[in-house]
Design a protein around this ligand. Structure first.
Ligand code: PEP
Length: 256
């Protein structure tokens, strides 16, 4: 399986800045066949960047989209409109869940809409600090997985990537803490066992499971060597070219 390094630019970079960053990133990066590099710019930059991107080197992801393909949904962008522009879409990011009120039902529909439109969903799941404190981590992870995947058939599950992002470890969370490799390993294990219950052992083994939460060049190696982790979802550090390329190099080294 490939190692996935996904940069989530969130609400940063205007179109010009995004284009310059992509230009520099592509110039700096060789084509690593076993490392799939993905960048997720804001929606306005997707169309121009889709013309600029060297798809042999990296892929584009959307950060969000709406589950209806078309219709009277003012302000929304659909997966149908993104079809052909992006290969991936981040779905259910904790900022979407907690700031914009997305629930598992909506996330379930978005995952299905992405697959329907040939876009691979990166389904984000993760517990908050208080959920962890109350010992609810396993229940939250199980509910978010079962909910998010409710419409995904056995035939389509190989298109889905899972990203475990403990909300308390995301750098934008006040007083974010670093997750320990052991904490990550425990939840990734649980993710795979839930996948096994839903789809069987092969899927449990073969689904890409990423980790995200304050990943930087100094801790990337430790997270990438957690058993069962197939890649990283990176916010803050993906905005700094030298840090992002360092993490990509680390992924390459870890695989070698
Ligand atoms: C994220 O928001 O997906 C994320 C992991 O952010 P950061 O790397 O900044 O913690």
């Amino acid at each position: 399986m490939k190692t996935y390094i996904v940069g989530n630019w969130k609400l940063n970079f205007n179109v010009g800045e995004a284009s310059i960053y992509l230009h520099k990133l592509q110039r700096k990066m060789p084509n690593y066949r076993d490392v799939e590099v993905v960048v997720a710019p804001s929606a306005v930059a997707l169309q121009p960047l889709s013309l600029q991107i060297d798809r042999h080197k990296m892929k584009l992801a959307a950060q969000n989209a709406f589950y209806r393909d078309y219709g009277a949904y003012t302000g929304e962008i659909s997966f149908a409109q993104l079809r052909g522009l992006v290969d991936y879409c981040i779905i259910g990011h904790s900022e979407r869940r907690h700031i914009f009120g997305e629930d598992d039902k909506m996330i379930q529909k978005k995952v299905a809409a992405a697959i329907r439109n040939k876009i691979k969903p990166i389904l984000c799941i993760g517990e908050t600090e208080s959920e962890r404190g109350f010992g609810e981590t396993a229940d939250v992870i199980r509910d978010q997985l079962v909910g998010g995947l409710a419409d995904v058939s056995e035939e389509d599950i190989d298109k889905v990537l899972i990203a475990y992002e403990p909300v308390w470890a995301i750098s934008s969370t006040k007083a974010a803490k670093m997750a320990s490799p052991d904490e990550v390993a425990e939840v990734v294990d649980l993710v795979r066992s839930v996948l096994g219950e839903l789809y069987g052992e092969k899927v449990a083994k073969e689904t890409a499971v990423l980790f995200g939460g304050s990943v930087n060049p100094s801790n990337a190696g430790a997270y990438l060597t957690v058993p069962g982790v197939n890649g990283l979802l990176i916010g803050g550090a993906s905005l700094i070219l030298s840090e992002f390329t360092d993490i990509i190099e680390t992924a390459k080294r870890v695989r070698a």
